[in-house]
Design a binder for this molecule. Structure first.
Ligand SMILES: [Zn+2]
Length: 371
């Protein structure tokens, strides 16, 4: 069973936004990896505290959680964090909470043993895609503003920590001398400080620069999904490594095709004459026109399944189908002659409904489709 978010942060449901933030800060500092090197339990506690804060600090998510509990985020899945949060996410999302104590607002730290390298923070962008782009996959060129090292900036090894990024602190306690590692206050953990920098650069020697990033989006992505482009987030100062670019997918609703997972649905309206006589018709599928044959006497509500004309599976396992829903259009205006024709046939046995077993009702078909 997942623990209650309020319990994790040690607060009650009536806590204010400020109290939630305070409680999270306290937990984050207590379990921060810098304070608990190599302690897996502390890392886990750090992560669940971050997850709790992410939920409770967002009024919409909080309201959902208050109403439905963890279930609110377990089914459906989109928009959450598939696979849980990783440390980079936590540092980049909640950097402000740590202030200058940890990493000076950088994305976090990379590597366990030996010298640690500062990682730049992640950048987040939204990309709107048409259903056609989603169906086939697409390469998007997107302009992002990245922090990069300014030209002419020179770094030197930090004197305070000798480039280690950490300093050892010795404190005398009643249990004796305790030694603990903490992030170097002089360089914020980078192991390097600035020797010279141009005027326009910030305190870390960084400037903002426009860059066009090419993002390959595979076919079959889903609205709310997040893709990661490694190393295209903000650069880190000195010999640090860049953060990542997180791309959130947004699907633009299609004019007439409705998506349901990998399948597509199309409402097709045909005339009474077409239904009676049976004709061939061109329909607009996702990748252009497809000719379909309507059988004579086709019924309204019939669903034609065009195999493989849906959306390609994200993992490459084939494609979904296009389901064409037949709707017979009843004319609303008739001339005298047409009206007479129908009046003549009002009680004719050929016009009397006599559904066969195969002409299942719309509701039965929908039931079949989802079972
Ligand atoms: Zn230092």
């Amino acid at each position: 069973m997942k623990k209650d978010f309020y319990e994790i942060l040690g607060i009650t449901k009536s806590a204010t936004a400020e109290e939630i933030k305070k409680a999270y800060r306290k937990k984050a500092i207590e379990f921060h990896p810098d304070k608990n090197p190599g302690d897996k339990q502390a890392e886990e506690n750090f992560k669940v505290a971050a997850e709790s804060y992410e939920m409770l600090s967002d009024p919409q998510k909080k309201a959902k959680y208050d109403q439905y509990g963890h279930q609110a985020f377990e089914s459906g899945g989109y928009g959450g964090h598939p696979g849980g949060m990783n440390m980079d996410d936590i540092f980049s999302q909640f950097g402000d909470i740590f202030g200058s104590t940890f990493g000076g607002g950088f994305g976090g730290f990379n590597g366990g043993g030996g010298q640690r390298r500062v990682k730049g923070s992640n950048l987040r962008i939204k990309v709107k895609l048409t259903l056609e782009e989603i169906a086939n996959g697409v390469e998007k060129k997107i302009k992002v503003k990245r922090k990069v090292q300014a030209k002419g900036v020179k770094y030197k090894t930090c004197q305070t920590c000798n480039g280690q990024g950490q300093v050892m602190r010795v404190t005398n306690t009643i249990l004796g001398r305790m030694q603990s590692a903490s992030t170097c206050p002089a360089c914020g953990g980078a192991g390097q400080t600035i020797e010279t920098k141009p005027k326009e650069a910030d305190a870390h020697g960084m400037i903002l620069e426009d860059e066009t990033v090419s993002i390959k989006i595979p076919a079959g992505v889903v609205d709310g999904m997040q893709l990661k482009v490694s190393n295209k987030g903000n650069d880190a100062p000195g010999n640090g490594i860049p953060g990542d670019l997180i791309v959130a997918i947004e699907e633009i609703e299609h004019q007439y095709l409705k998506r349901e997972g990998e399948n597509l649905h199309l409402d097709l309206y045909i005339s009474i004459s077409e239904a009676v006589l049976g004709v061939s018709k061109d329909i607009e599928a996702i990748n252009g026109k497809v000719r379909i044959k309507l059988e004579e006497g086709i019924q309204s509500g019939k669903i034609l399944r065009l195999k493989g004309k849906g959306i390609t599976n994200l993992n490459g396992y084939g494609s979904g189908d296009l389901l064409v829903h037949i709707n017979v259009w009843t004319p609303k205006e008739l001339n005298k002659e047409q009206k007479e024709f129908f009046e003549k046939n009002l009680t004719n046995e050929n016009f009397t409904p006599n559904p066969e077993q195969s002409d299942k009702s719309f509701f039965e078909k929908v039931k079949d489709m989802f079972s």
